[in-house]
Structure formats: structure tokens, C-alpha cells
Design a protein around this ligand. Sequence first.
Ligand code: COS
Length: 380
Amino acid sequence: MNFNLTSEQKLIKQTASDFAREELKKGAVNRDKNKIWPKEQISKMGDLGFMGMMVKEKWGGSGLDTVSYCIAMEEISKVDASAGVVMSVNNSLVCYLLNNYGSPFIKEKYLSPLASGNKLGAFSLSEPQSGSDASNMKTFAKVDGKNYILNGTKNWVTNGINCDYVIVFAFTDKEVGHKGISCFIVDKAYDGFSVGKPEDKLGIRSSDTCELYFDNVKIPQENLIGKEGDGFKIALSTLDGGRIGIASQALGIAQASLDASIAYSKDRVQFNKPISANQGIQFKLADMAMEIEAARLLIYKAALTKDENKDYGHIASMAKVYASEVAMRASTQCVQIHGGYGYIKETGVERLMRDAKITQIYEGTSEIQRVVIARELLKR
Ligand code: COS
């Protein structure tokens, strides 16, 4: 077992960290406050090869391993978790899915521009009545000659407003349960496709989240991904990888919380000494560091297991549930250590606490992750 990063992974960490400090940091508080999508910054992340990190260079990507992706996600999310989720969705939900299940036509036409960062993707599975119970969808795609006609509503779609293409899951046969769900790539320019208002969220406020509406949208047959009926398995297997990305986002938030807590506690003087001289503060810092290190190891294990093509879904779930809970605890303690200054927007740390919360909810709630983990334990 080797705990060292390769020289390539160290370079990625440095590049992502420099970019986050130089390009993402300024304006992050303002973008969060005013819900401003980081357009320029996402475009630069594309130039750096961060939008299709695990896709082969042949298809416009960077051809890197999953650990490299986790490292970059952590560094970006440390500074701006909203930019982190835009990156995560494009990489692990959209590019991964197209790379694994797309036809050569789909790879050429859609994956290449998405992986190179020239276009942006979104992933739409949930609907107003179906979240954790993902197969309980109403969206339907009816065959019509060489096309499908798509009708329905999707919600909680990250990148829905700013994307160019959307992965959509829809029933093509309602009689056979989840085996009747199919997966499509849909161009936002198609007639009948419209976008709802941006959701006004607690956290990750500069990323966009919205509903999508499909009103008799005509989709060419070649935009079907995999075969008819493969959609549910494509969705769940893609979410396995997505959860490693969200775990890394949570890790970034947790690490930023610890870094800010160390800096502030050394600086803040009360009763004639820095508050870091108090064991009450030291124990908080020690607990944060210990949990963050454990989360990082779990995330890297999930990433390595994925790259070894072994079953990794339950490890990805462990990584996500643990890292997201660590992020919530670390960011809450960070605000506590900052006292009143932690509670105002200007200081920037209350954003960490608000951003952490969603990592326990999206791409499968902490409760669903525990279902996945327990199922794996009980089948042995
Ligand atoms: N990868 C591939 N296939 C999978 C899978 C995975 N990770 N997990 C389950 N499957 C397969 C099963 O093998 C089963 O196939 P068969 O019918 O051929 O045996 C099929 O998918 C259905 O599985 P299951 O009956 O277990 O599905 P459930 O509806 O009970 O769902 C959970 C299982 C709850 C784990 C799943 O629905 C889930 O992850 N829900 C959360 C969804 C989510 O993350 N939503 C947020 C989306 S972000 S927009």
C-alpha cells in the first residue's frame, strides 16, 4: 500500500490550488450572496482540463485517474464549492456516463465538447414526486418513427440553466417497472425544451439549480444511450461514481473549515492569549483534522477501487456519507470557533456551513447511502 501521491497527482493538486486561490477566491462571497454563476471561472477550468478529467484525450478529456479528479475537486471546493459542483456534475455524471455507455456517434458529437469544457452538461433524474425513489418517474419518451417524443418535468437539475446538453431518464415502457426506463442526451436547443426559474438555495448559491420541462420534444433515435430499458442501471452506476465527486467536494469544505479555524484561533486573542492556547479549541481542531484525514483515505480508497474496475458502489457511499457528515461537523465548529465573526457573511465561513449541508442530500441522501452500504453487507 502506498499513501504517496504520484508526481502527476502532486502537480494537479498544485495547479488546482493555484487556480482556486488566484481565480476563484476573489468574488466568491459576492457570487454566493448574489447568486452569480461563475461563467469565466468555469471556462478557465475547462482550459485547465478540469471538466473532463477522467475522459481519454481522444475524446477531449485529460485521461487522468479518479484520485486525480478527487484531488482537483477538493482544491476547487475548498475555495468555492459552487464551482465544485458544476465541475463534479460535468465530470462524474455527464462525461463518465457518455464515456461508458455512449455510442461512437454520441462520443464524437457530445462527449468531446463536454470533456474539453467547450460545452456544459447536466444530469436529470429526479422529478417533483421522485427523489430517493428514483424509478418512480413520470417522464415518458414515445417512439415516433426515427424519433422519440419526450414529455415530462425534471427537478433539482444542477447546471440546468447554464448547460448545453442534458442527460434525461424517461420511461419508454411503463409496464415493466425500472426495466422500462431509458437514457437520452437532449440538446437544450430542441423545440419544446424549457427551463424553470433558478431555485433560491441555502448553499452552493452561485451554482444553478432548476426545473426542466419537456413538451413534445423530438429526440433523434441516435440520442438514446445504451439500449431501451438500460436507463435505470445506467443512472445508478453513474451515481456510484458521482458520489465520489460529492465526497471530494465535502472534503474540500471540511479542509477549508479546518484551515480557517487554525488561522483564526492563532490570531484571535482573548484573556491575553490566542484562543488556540485553550484545550477546548485544540480538541476541536484535533477532531476536525482526524476526521478529515479519515474521510480523505476513504475517498481515495473508493477512487482506487473504481479504477481497478472492482465493485466500489458501497465504498463510494461510505465515502460520501462520511465526508459529508465530516464537512457538516467541521464547518459548524469553524463557525463556533469564529464566534460572532463566524456568523456574518463578510468573514466567509458561514458559507462553508451552508454549502456543507447539500452534500448530505444530493446524489443520494445520507440515509440512501446507508441503504446501499447495508445491502452490500447483508448479501455476503
Ligand atoms: N449500479 C448498477 N445497477 C444497480 C445499482 C448500481 N449501483 N444498484 C442497483 N442496481 C440494479 C439492481 O441490480 C436492479 O437490477 P435487476 O432488477 O436487474 O436486479 C435494479 O438496478 C433496481 O435495483 P433496486 O431494486 O435495488 O432499486 P431500488 O429502486 O430499490 O433502489 C436505491 C435502490 C435506493 C439504492 C436507488 O434507488 C438509489 O440510489 N436512490 C437514490 C437516487 C439518487 O441518488 N437520487 C439523487 C439523484 S441526483 S439528480
